[in-house]
Design a protein around this ligand. Sequence first.
Ligand SMILES: [Zn+2]
Ligand SMILES: [Zn+2]
Length: 419
Amino acid sequence: MQYKAVKGFKDILPYQMGTWNRIESEAKRIFELFGFNEIRIPVLETAELFARGIGQDTDIVSKEMYTLEDRKGNFLAMRPEATASVMRAYIEHKLYNVSPLQKLFTIGPMFRYERPQKGRRRQFHQINVEIIGDQGPRSDSELIFMIMYFFSSLGLNDLVLNINSLGCLNCRGPFRAELKSYLGRHFEQLCPDCQKRMETNPLRVFDCKVETCNQILKDAPSILDFLCSDCARHFDSIRSYLEELQVDFVVNSHLMRGLDYYTRTTFEVQTKEMGAQNAVAGGGRYDNLMKEFGGPDSPAIGFAIGVERVVELLEENDVQKEEGPDIFLAPLGKEAEDKAFIWLQELRKRGLKCEMEYKSLGLKAQMRHADRLKARKVLIVGDNELIKGKGIVRDMISKEQTEIPLDNVVDELIGVFNR
Ligand SMILES: [Zn+2]
Ligand SMILES: [Zn+2]
């Protein structure tokens, strides 16, 4: 019997972790510059939280959620997204008493029971960011600026930012009515799903992937023509801030992002390749969600980055960098090995990344290993070197060899790297 990982669940292997860590540490570094604090939320929540937050009739809740009953009969769900949990934590711990403005981020796995395919897994990872307690448009612009800065700092400059405004509830009513009557005129050509959506939630039609539906939507009324003056002003400000910050964007009035809770701003960062999997990150404003959850009337905006997609992009663009050890110790003979083993630990404590074999090997085999690890330098110490009191430091790139005194060899080596 050989065990395998569950379908749609993937191991992230040691040689892939460099890219993952780079993404996460860059996110933490940048978010901190922008005044965000990390929050960690549990993987399990009551299923009700997501039904309420994301919407009962969304695919995420109705088809894709991993739910389970615990031994007491509580109905739980593995989180399909993070925003609802962050809202819950904000209310439960009264974070608004600490400060009404909370800038939060969280990094971790999410779970959706989808058909596994390229770029889509049942356990996937997101970096989530939320600003709670501000109406914008400065918080909107800052958040969008930050996400684009994050991508460019990873070397991903070839992404397209789409932005839209869904208006407030006041502007959405008339738009919904107009859209419904437009869709009614094309009812026969709509796919069966969209025919249903037209009645229950016509905005959802914009999420449809069926080509004929997309064709019909090309001439559909635009939400942007229905914005009330407050919403229009809000959206105008964001556009002018982004222009001044030299962030390129495309206004895309079809960008609805499929969740019930969005109000006003939505945005998505996409790759230039076509297809449904081209979104790398997306988000929007959800001014009414907190109230909906029984919390204070705190407007909020957030986004999620799909970490797997970013990993793929970095691997495609080959902008990953694997750092080898600073120095590889290559002792020959038991006496040298025992000495080197102690130096090895001292050097690590002093901050040098270094490696050595556990078992005794010849020089050739050790050099091969040093090469495979991409070590920058190798220290060679055999019986001769011990007698002379001088080791050999070989630079693995220039192949140059120099001698180094063995008393105080740890300080000497640290010196070599600080030169
Ligand atoms: Zn409005
Ligand atoms: Zn459709």
